[in-house]
Design a protein around this ligand. Structure first.
Ligand code: PMP
Length: 360
């Protein structure tokens, strides 16, 4: 088998064991004579998958009964507008912290609705860091505070989350969900596109405090209301059955490995392997504030774009895929999500050392 060293930003690497289980079960799921994507979402087999996926998320992240766990469609991007539509009531505003490309996209949707109030903006500094908790002053009448916990493109993350008191904190955790231990109780809502750490694209995981679900205005469309999906166990309409199935397998796999705490330990080790190389010489250019550096998306540059192209091309010859930085910023990015093996990260570090020797 020729598995790539997969550094894609998303869709991204999934655990080989999960893919093999899905493969083994593909043509005959639970003795039904059908695959999981050929059967009714209302049947007993899929009902079990949906329940087990929900339960696995709850166990792994320590989600209490005060929260709903929902599996929605439209990716994380639909959440950018569903959040203000549901949670920011008539005549009120929500606080937004702008840390980069993804926080900006969420902010834009709230601005379209006339609901946004920016309380911290990293843009003038070039989005090099996330703010410290002490830098944030929450508006007393804010409906919520929105953050992006890990900026997939910029390669920065919060090491400590803002203290928002009684104002609900809402986080887009698309690129670091289940990569590190967090206290769900500190959040009013967490959402994530599945395609980085927990499954395939087209599925969004939403964890929302039950009292917040009731805020939505009556005249909001049925599909856009969290209450619709909460009342119907994420099956108001036909859900992304494949996505929920894979998410369940990924969660059960992570549990077998020791849960989110075990993932965090490995993820910190993996990130340290790359940052040690990057910090080891001026050949590699990293501009982000060290405290804010992401352990999921490691971003750097080389002296010239030609050298970056050469690096990416030579990496590809070594079966290392997905290292090109996002088209909006260029440079190099290694996304090292939960399912990227430490051996792949070590192989990349070894290649970096070799590349520096030859080109430095
Ligand atoms: N938020 C973050 C932090 C992301 O990285 C992404 C996707 N790269 C999104 C939101 C958008 O997710 P989707 O494509 O599932 O809408």
């Amino acid at each position: 088998m020729n598995r790539a060293h997969n550094f894609n930003a998303g869709p991204a690497a999934l655990p080989l064991e999960v893919l093999q289980t899905a493969q083994a079960e593909l043509t005959d799921f639970m003795g039904s004579g059908m695959s999981v994507i050929e059967m009714s979402h209302r049947g007993k087999e899929f009902d079990q998958v949906n329940n087990e996926a929900n339960a696995a998320v709850r166990r792994l992240m320590g989600v209490s009964d005060d929260y709903e766990v929902l599996f929605l469609q439209g990716g994380a991007s639909l959440q950018f507008c569903m959040v203000p539509m549901n949670l920011c009531r008539e005549g009120k505003k929500a606080d937004y912290i702008n840390t980069g490309a993804w926080a900006s996209k969420a902010l834009k949707e709230a601005q379209i609705l006339g609901k946004a109030n920016v309380i911290w903006d990293g843009k003038p500094e070039g989005f090099l860091r996330c703010p410290d908790a002490g830098e944030i002053t929450v508006s007393p009448d804010a409906e919520y505070v929105h953050i992006c916990s890990n900026e997939t493109i910029g390669g920065i993350r919060y090491t400590e989350f803002p203290e928002t008191g009684s104002v609900p904190l809402i986080a887009d955790m698309s690129s670091d969900i289940m990569s590190r231990v967090i206290d769900v109780n500190k959040f009013g809502m967490i959402y994530a596109g599945a395609q980085k750490n927990i499954g395939p694209s087209g599925l969004a995981l939403v964890i929302i405090r039950k009292d917040l679900i009731e805020r939505a205005p009556e005249n909001l469309s049925t599909m856009l209301k969290y209450s619709t999906h909460a009342k119907n166990a994420s099956m108001f309409n036909t859900p992304n059955t494949w996505g929920i199935y894979i998410l369940k397998l990924v969660c059960e796999h992570v549990e077998k490995l020791g849960g989110v705490a075990a993932m965090q330990k490995i993820n910190e080790e993996k990130a340290a392997i790359l940052y040690n190389v990057l910090d080891g010489s001026d050949f590699w250019k990293t501009v982000m504030d060290k405290k804010s550096r992401s352990i999921m998306n490691v971003v750097w540059r080389l002296e010239t774009e030609e050298l970056e192209k050469k690096f990416i091309a030579e990496a590809k010859e070594r079966n290392m895929i997905g290292l090109k930085g996002h088209r909006s910023v260029g440079g190099i990015r290694a996304s090292i999500y939960n399912a990227v093996p430490k051996a792949s990260v070590q192989a990349l570090a070894d290649f970096m050392n070799e590349f520096e020797k030859q080109n430095g």
